[in-house]
Design a binder for this molecule. Structure first.
Ligand SMILES: *Cc1c(COP(=O)(O)O)cnc(C)c1O
Length: 353
């Protein structure tokens, strides 16, 4: 067991009334742990949420050496607090850390840190249907040095944000822009890591898509701009002629925990599910033949995000009747049911704090 020192705030904030939105409100506490070369990770602590003071010369500000994770805590109807597959986030954090030359965090320590701060702020977990406590673990490089080299000191922090129901009136389909000019990642780059740089490089296309009236960008491969990769902060699935397909993990795609859970569910239900290369031409062809039945994104924030419209150059494909497909709905109901304790958990995904 990790010896986590807890200092509670003397001035707890008012809990939010009204709509929570996403990522705007933070709880009373945060987890902090330092890394120093030669000492390793040390001084794990839960402290009052506050601004932090850093040298303007810190490596993270200039060269982007950082990684982050995204996960959620849920309040069950039974009053218990649940996490969803936190060990997967701990493993992926270390894949990102390795790619970015950040020292690894032992997986049990990562999970204990998350549990410790969530426990302290447990009464911040919203309970209305579809709401949750978003958890943002992250590491930043803190050496005050302008040379390009891995930092020798780091901060690992976990902050918490109560978040509202993504879909207040049921699953709402989104319009997606298939980007054929900018690219997000290439094999050998850091596309499989969860790191700010991947997002910085996505903003220009995101702005372009928004200006054209689409809510998110779907990336194509960086070499031929022909094969589907993923959407902004979601992996992507297509149901074509009764089969579900998703791009295989190829080094430039983020291996989503939701993606992995969806594949396991589909296989459990006997719905054929393939991980392979999918070209944009294959989608256009399937659409033309009336075989593109459902399209949905998967990620922690929304769980399932049905896609109603896909734009590629001069083509705008409307998927199905522009509503939510039955497979998308079933996956959403099952995963959220498991997360909140409403459904049985045959895979052992739910973790009680
Ligand atoms: C976090 C993320 C996802 C989704 O991963 P989940 O573990 O399912 O939340 C997909 N793509 C990118 C680029 C991401 O950063």
């Amino acid at each position: 067991m990790l010896d986590i020192k807890v200092t509670k705030t003397a001035t707890p904030k008012e809990k939010p009334q009204g709509p929570l939105g996403f990522g705007k409100i933070f709880t009373d506490h945060m987890f902090v742990m330092n890394y120093t070369e030669g000492m390793g990770w040390h001084d794990p602590r839960v402290v009052p949420f506050s601004d932090i003071s850093l040298s303007p010369a810190c490596v993270v500000f200039h060269y982007g050496q950082e990684m982050f994770e995204g996960m959620k805590a849920y309040k069950g109807a039974d009053g218990e607090t649940y996490l969803f597959r936190p060990e997967k986030n701990a493993q992926r954090a270390n894949e990102s850390n390795k790619r970015l030359c950040i020292p690894e965090i032992p997986e049990d320590i990562f999970v204990e840190a998350v549990k410790a701060v969530v426990k302290v702020d447990e009464d911040w977990i919203p309970t209305a249907e579809g709401t949750s406590l978003y958890i943002r673990p992250f590491v930043i490089a803190t050496d005050a040095f302008l040379g390009v080299a891995p930092s020798k000191t780091y901060l690992f922090m976990v902050i918490l944000s109560p978040s509202g129901a993504y879909y207040s009136e049921g699953l709402a389909p989104v319009g997606i822009w298939i980007e054929d000019d900018y690219v997000r990642a290439v094999k050998g780059g850091m596309g499989y890591a969860k790191t700010g740089g991947n997002y910085a490089c996505s903003l220009a296309a995101q702005v372009k898509a928004h200006d054209a009236g689409f809510s998110q960008v779907l990336w194509l491969d960086g070499v031929e701009r022909r094969y589907i990769e993923e959407v902004g902060a979601m992996n992507i699935f297509f149901k074509i002629d009764g089969k579900v397909v998703t791009p295989m993990l190829n080094g430039s795609i983020l291996p989503g925990v939701t993606r992995n859970s969806v594949l396991q569910l589909l296989r459990e239900w006997g719905i054929p599910a393939e991980e392979r290369r999918i070209s944009v031409d294959e989608l256009l062809e399937a659409q033309k033949n009336g075989k593109l039945e459902e399209v949905f994104g998967t990620g922690t924030a929304a769980v399932i995000s049905p896609v109603g419209k896909l734009r590629y150059k001069d083509d705008v494909m409307t998927i199905g009747d522009g509503g939510i497909g039955p497979v998308s709905q079933k996956i959403y109901d099952t995963i959220t049911g498991i997360q909140t304790g409403k459904l049985a958990d045959p895979f052992g995904w739910r973790v009680t704090i």
